[in-house]
Design a binder for this molecule. Sequence first.
Ligand code: CA
Length: 715
Amino acid sequence: MKGLHPGVGVPHGVASVRHTESRAIISAIAALFMLGLMVGCGRSDVPPLATAKRGEWQRHGFDLSETRYSPLDSINRSNVAGLKLAWFYDLDTNRGQEATPIMVGGKLFTTSAWSKVQAFDAATGALQWTFDPKVPGSAGVKGCCDVVNRGVALENGRVFIATFDGRLIALDADTGQMLWSVQTVDEGQPYTITGAPRLVKGKVLIGNSGAEYGVRGYLSAYDMATGKLAWRFYTVPGKAGKDGAASDAILERLAGPTWKGKPDSVGGGGTVWDSMAYDPKLDLLYVGVGNGSPWNQAIRSPGGGDNLFLASILALRPDTGEYVWHYQETPGDQWDYTATQHMILADLTIGGKQRKVLMQAPKNGFFYVLDRTNGKLISADPYVHQTWTSGIDMKTGRPRINPQANYSRTGKPWLSLPGFLGGHNWHPMAFSPQTGLVYLPVNEIATPYIRDEHFAWKKRANNLGLDLAKATMPADRSIVNVVKAGLKGRIVAWDPVRRRAAWTVELGGPWNGGMMATAGGLLFQGTAAGDFNAYDVRDGRKLWSFPAQSGIVAPPITYSVGGKQYVSVVVGWGGVYPLLLGELAKKSNDRPNRSRVLTFALDGKAMLPDQAPLATDFPPPPPSFGTDQQVAHGAGLYARSCGGCHGDGVRSGGVLPELRHSAVAADPNAWRSVVIGGLLQDQGMASFAADMTERDAEAIRAYVVFRANQDKAAR
Ligand code: CA
């Protein structure tokens, strides 16, 4: 196997330990992996790009190939050191911000949390209009990964936005007036939408999310002019019978037989929640498909099987949704190894031949280069340390899976790298034709998988089939600090032809921003720690940095208006990493969260106001109460229903308030009115009355107060 780190093998025997030891294993692995630094050299012997300079950023990924490479070069290696803030805009929500703005006709269109849209004069930052789809706060509970939105699509004077509660809406680009709106999901099920729509041949393409809760994934195509449904493609088989959808025939012929005994209660997952790309010459639409639902395959497909089209790339005809080919990256996925990560189309010379390729670095840790005409594997190499396979079999294109990773069958805990947050998550990559390199934000976050021996479906809880309470971090600071030290983030500049990293840059921790490359020889990226940086695409040398005051996860864009080049990025910390990992995520970012649009130019003159310090002085927690049994019951409920937003072990990651210091947690009546009565549902805290009793709620409060006291004692 051509390894990224040839000196580091697969640590065997990891899964045979008891879960109580799993934290020590994380630290052992972390230490091992710290040895894995490497240095390479860049190259600049690539001919210049012939693309016309239009100055706009017209599509989510810049172009249909989703390269996130701009031909603008007024801002370049020689002058980027003088780049300054030109204008900024304070967003009205400090939840996670993941949007890629679009710039067309001198107007910048972006989105913020809760699916709100903003339109600006791209040169001055003057607000033109806003659109609030008024997503009900109670819908927040349906999402695994924050109430984020990744942006709009725009064509022919129409802006398209998909909302967190499942609507697809067309707006007039000049006025923000709504032209049409359709509901794309069954509102009775835990579907959400966070992804940006894509536009191909007069159709708006949109998928959805919810595989952590139990849904069945699909992609829909709507007529751009009318909002009428043109076709739908389900990614996994449903209950017996056909859907009357574009996927009927292929699901029956190919996918159906790869599921073994799927119960009717199982949606199966395979949600299309982020990435797509389109090749107009081949007329193929590429679609990234998500993980299995539940994660635990013994529940989802008791007899095993590949479970097509989970964790696969699908190639479809955009006119009809007709299936053309698929490539499954993680057969029988049970690790949340989605294939929804950003895909880039490029033409590369490999082995002396020009190849039309599709490149993806999905969560599972391998960088795939496929022949996009037919879905055949060209190469697959680890871009990050991985423990779940001994490599990919190039004859079959299948991973050689470590038997110990099969936790749903062995019944033994498995600690995996990558973990369920992926070696690379949704944060977009960029491809520079100048260097031939793909720039990707990489995470090293080991996570345990522990089978739930008493799984039961719930309405207001994750339905993974995993026992998350057993995986909760203890209060012991020494353990917390060791695990924190093992969390890593870096930029990897991947050479898809030589199948190795050309260079890497280590960052302070994981969950850094998406990438953008320019013809000015620059790579822009915001970091979790709140810096917005520019690097030399050739070697990763840092050329410029701006203190953005808040963590950045969104990818930047660049555009020109009146001959002047601008760089723009939406700032704001959030997403699943800080929400779920809680305090551990502060390894990357421990600043107050402040969401803004920042736009830079060489002659910028704007200044950010001073930043308020992070509150560190909290009232003491109320005294502990409740029996051990009650606290343990509360811990289990917290892990299923609360921890996904309020943080592992009741420690906040800085996006949502600390429950440990909440006055509501000190008062049983106030607590009940929030958790059961839905008092704060407009702020995003839904009522859990659907599958929680008042006694359950009080048990959770007992656990929260217990944890608050435990942490106080540990400090
Ligand atoms: Ca997932």
